[in-house]
Design a protein around this ligand. Structure first.
Ligand SMILES: *Cc1c(COP(=O)(O)O)cnc(C)c1O
Length: 379
């Protein structure tokens, strides 16, 4: 009989989720509004601190879409986006009829490279198209170079949309990820650090902006007894049922962050004597990562026939999920025609990198199975 599947990252309930969902049923708040929606927003505002204002939405992608609208992105504008990311960071640029400009990563945090970013901005301005926004991502829960990116944003007066979909619970110099950008984005998809089955949130610096996001998310209804609309609306609000799951998950968020960090520690130890493998960790103590996924880079060893694919296939054989890092957007068929600034950092990471099972719910037995595969491949 085959061993049961070990997932990269699967939902991990804390226990009280069903209590909040039951309350929603008992009070008939089965709608995209209600006490759980307000409660989850409050929980997130308290958690993030820094005078955050949070709007709960149907997905992280919806939050990026509305975030770009709030930042004034319109048809024909250019928006800079970190190339190495999930496609959901970039797709909303196209929803708005704007043009993505992709920027390479740097080696330390694997996120948007300040040098390539500035080069891109200078060149686009020289071409007569000043970018409207910068989308920076905290990949795998490791914060991007916060200060360097902020300095460039300030210097050129271009706002940052902070894609913190993978980084709830991460922080930099004690400040929580999600609160650094002009707009922040969170995701509660099924594979993220906490989940509402599907959902997301937008983080703003003022109640006015949050209200504007919620206005767009609920079909842009003007203040009138009938349905009146002066702007295009969207149906992007989170349901009160999903928000109930989120309230339960918020109770265990910090505990689950610790468990993911323990998984990272497990991999650091597992690979410490295997010199062709390096485990992705933060560059210094200012960075605190939730390690949503632990990622490794494997330098291929032709003599021993070991490379990323060899390890991935060995895991697959053992019914263990692992996955190459995000394929950079500038190499994707749908986006390859757009400008790209930088060199081959993201491309090389994609070639050599692998994400490993990192869930907060992995058991000792599952860790043993992972260890066995690694020892067999590298023996
Ligand atoms: C998951 C993810 C998103 C999208 O979030 P959804 O809630 O799935 O729409 C956006 N950006 C990054 C980097 C992500 O990992």
């Amino acid at each position: 009989m085959k061993n049961s599947k070990i997932w990269l990252s699967s939902p991990h309930m804390g226990g009280n989720e069903q209590k909040f969902v039951k309350e929603a049923f008992d009070t008939n708040w089965v709608a995209p509004l209600g006490p759980n929606v307000n409660g989850l927003e409050l929980d997130l505002e308290n958690y993030l601190g820094n005078e955050s204002h949070v709007g709960a939405l149907s997905s992280g992608t919806a939050a990026i879409h509305l975030g770009l609208i709030l930042l004034g992105v319109q048809f024909g504008d250019e928006v800079i986006c970190q190339s190495m990311t999930f496609s959901a960071s970039a797709n909303p640029i196209k929803y708005l009829g704007a043009t993505p400009i992709f920027v390479d990563s740097e080696d330390e945090t694997w996120n948007i490279c300040p040098k390539a970013l500035e080069e891109a901005i200078v060149d686009r301005i020289a071409k007569g198209m000043k970018p409207k926004a910068i989308i920076a991502v905290h990949l795998y829960g490791v914060p991007y170079q916060i200060e360097a990116i902020k300095a460039i944003s300030d210097k050129y007066d271009i706002p940052v949309l902070e894609d913190s979909a993978e980084a709830l619970g991460s922080s930099y110099k004690g400040q929580k990820c999600g609160t650094f950008g002009d707009i922040g984005v969170l995701s509660f998809n099924g594979n993220k650090i906490i989940t509402t089955s599907g959902g997301g949130a937008i983080v703003t610096k003022s109640e006015v902006l949050k209200d504007k996001a919620v206005f767009y998310a609920t079909q842009s209804r003007d203040d009138a007894p009938h349905y009146q609309h002066s702007e295009i609306g969207y149906n992007y609000r989170m349901s009160n049922i999903c928000a109930g799951i989120g309230r339960g998950q918020m109770e265990v968020l910090d505990a689950h962050v610790q468990l993911r960090r323990d998984m990272n520690e497990f991999y650091v130890k597992l690979f410490q004597d295997i010199d062709v493998v390096s485990v992705f960790t933060v560059p210094n103590d200012h960075y605190f990562a939730n390690y949503w996924l632990t990622a490794i880079v494997i330098e291929s060893n032709v003599v021993k026939g070991i490379d990323r694919e060899a390890l991935r296939l060995a895991f697959e054989e053992a019914n263990i999920e692992s996955r190459p890092l995000w394929k950079p957007m500038h190499l994707q068929p749908i986006f390859e025609k757009y400008p790209f600034y930088g060199s081959n950092v993201a491309e090389n990471l994609f070639k050599k990198g692998l994400c490993l099972p990192s869930g907060s719910n992995l058991t000792d037995g599952e860790r043993e199975r992972i260890k066995e595969v690694v020892i067999n491949v590298f023996k």
